[in-house]
Design a protein around this ligand. Structure first.
Ligand code: SIN
Length: 514
């Protein structure tokens, strides 16, 4: 196959991968994803689980600069300003494009409804089917991709290696459901593989979100960036013993739901000027601390007289499935790993530090989210940057013919997948040491334990965990979602004597290094 006719390979079929595939037209695309299922949790894409919606400055009185300011404020100023400016400026056009793909937002046409979430100064969030936004958008895009003549979609394949010619990414190695190996060369590879929530003991992501794209990028020696910044959603439904927890959308707090401890005392009072609608990192730390202190943490929406069936059918269904009725009782909550701000270091066109390798969506980091993502900017990122990166990557012409005579293909292996015991140990450890509040000595101790176990250290998940632990250990002051627990002198003594039992304390206003 001539390089110019070689397909663009896109790995991952969530919102970013699908938008990239559509935008690459007319260049041929091979779209690869792990599961065969298209709908629901089995679809293996966090997009399907996204509730709140998609942010765009379209409401009367709102404007793009306000959206930019809120994004940078939530991101603790660590954002790449050009990336934010592009995201927010393109948001209204992205909504128009989604409508062209068949997405109908609640209130369309003419009276689009806007919801409010944490960190937003006004109601700015468009949604579909109440809290079914991600699932509805995903379904519309899947339909478009299925009828796009330039896209061949292979479902049920797992990519576990990147094919390299010299230091250029030239394709992928993949396995089907019965373990048969196939290699596919292409004009370039776009990773749109999602995040890392499945490496934590509690997550709102699909459990399969275990950093496979990061492991592939590490194997190809691509630069990763900002890996220490993991966002915890403050209101996951607390179902002990389960890794994947149902999300209780922040829009509930946008319509008046409040966080209280088990004695009914408001959790957010005096913690932040925006109280229950403070940026997510702040709220997650307060909830985390309340649970540590044994005070309990609950989301109260039962008094609001909401139309749950119309506006929150996903939350209602998930709660009822677990015997909890949000119409009549408060819901027990806990913070859960939700979004990775860090990822493969890319420019605004998605180009990584390795020729031929692009990344977009949660697996990528172009700096748009800074140290903490603003609510409902992730579906937006998937559309805005998915389209930009797909179009740019389709133009990529790595110098394959020039180097192919001298360099044969070799595979950069992502590493084997861990068995259940080690994976569960890793999940508990990362939840403990890379959670909403962190203690340096524990990070170092966990890093040592992983490094001392070759099976763990060389696995796909272990490599990613080590990279995240290294990043967290090297950022010595708190910033956004990376937060050092404040230790009293007693705590410090305990910490030195007995690391696993120290009771760290979070004080949201004291930003202190370890
Ligand atoms: C939510 O609905 O609370 C989550 C939205 C997001 O992650 O942006």
């Amino acid at each position: 196959m001539k390089a110019s006719h070689a397909p663009l390979i896109i790995v991952g079929a969530g919102i970013a991968g699908l938008c990239a595939a559509l935008a690459a037209a007319p260049h041929p695309v091979r779209l690869l994803n792990r599961t065969r299922a298209l709908r629901g949790a089995a679809a293996d894409a966090a997009t399907a689980l996204a509730q709140g919606g998609i942010a765009a400055a379209l409401a009367a009185g709102d404007d793009v600069n306000a959206h930019v300011d809120d994004t940078v404020c939530a991101g603790a100023g660590h954002n790449d300003h050009a990336a934010v400016a592009y995201l927010c400026a393109q948001a209204p056009a992205a909504i128009g494009w989604l409508r062209d793909q068949g997405v109908v937002f609640d209130g369309d046409p003419g009276e689009t409804e806007f919801a409010r979430e944490g960190g937003h100064r006004c109601a700015r969030i468009l949604h579909c089917g109440g809290d079914a936004t991600g699932a509805r958008i995903l379904a519309a895009l899947q339909e478009r991709v299925q009828s796009a003549r330039h896209v061949q979609w292979h479902r049920g394949v797992d990519v576990d290696g990147l094919l390299m010619r010299g230091d250029v990414v030239a394709g992928v190695r993949m396995r089907n459901a019965v373990g048969q190996e196939h290699c596919l060369t292409g004009s370039a590879v776009v990773l749109a593989t999602g995040g890392i929530g499945g490496l934590f003991a509690a997550t709102t992501n699909p459990v399969s979100a275990q950093g496979r794209g990061l492991a592939l990028a590490l194997a190809a020696q691509a630069t990763l960036r900002d890996l220490e910044f993991v966002q915890f959603h403050p209101t996951a439904l607390d179902l002990p013993g389960r890794v994947q927890l149902p999300l209780l959308t922040e829009v509930l707090r946008g319509v008046g739901a409040v966080l209280r401890d088990r004695l009914g005392r408001p959790l957010m009072q005096g913690e932040h000027a925006m109280a229950d609608l403070a940026p997510r990192d702040v709220v997650a730390r307060v909830v985390w601390q309340a649970l540590r202190d044994g005070r309990g943490a609950f989301l109260h929406g039962e008094h609001l007289g909401l139309d749950w069936e119309r506006d929150f059918p996903t939350v209602l269904g998930q709660c009822l499935a677990h015997g909890l009725d949000p119409r009549s009782r408060a819901l027990p909550i806990q913070p859960a790993a939700h979004f990775h701000m860090g990822g493969i270091d890319v420019d605004l066109d998605g180009q990584s530090s390795v020729p031929g390798l692009y990344a977009v969506g949660e697996v990528a980091c172009n700096g748009v989210h800074g140290a903490n993502r603003l609510a409902s900017n992730s579906l937006l990122e998937g559309v805005v940057y998915g389209r930009r990166v797909g179009a740019q990557a389709a133009l990529a012409r790595p110098p394959l013919t020039a180097i192919s005579a001298r360099h044969t293909l070799w595979t950069a292996n992502a590493g084997a997948s861990l068995g259940d015991n080690r994976l569960n140990w890793l999940r508990r450890s990362l939840a403990d040491v890379l959670g909403p509040a962190r203690i340096h000595a524990r990070i170092i101790a966990t890093r040592k334990r992983i490094a001392a176990d070759p099976e763990l250290a060389h696995s796909c998940q272990g490599r990613v965990a080590l990279a995240m632990l290294n990043a967290a250990a090297s950022r010595r002051s708190s910033l956004g979602a990376h937060y050092w627990a404040h230790l009293s002198s007693d705590d410090r003594a305990d910490e030195a004597a007995s690391m696993p039992h120290v009771s760290a304390t979070v004080r949201n206003r004291s930003i202190t290094g370890p």
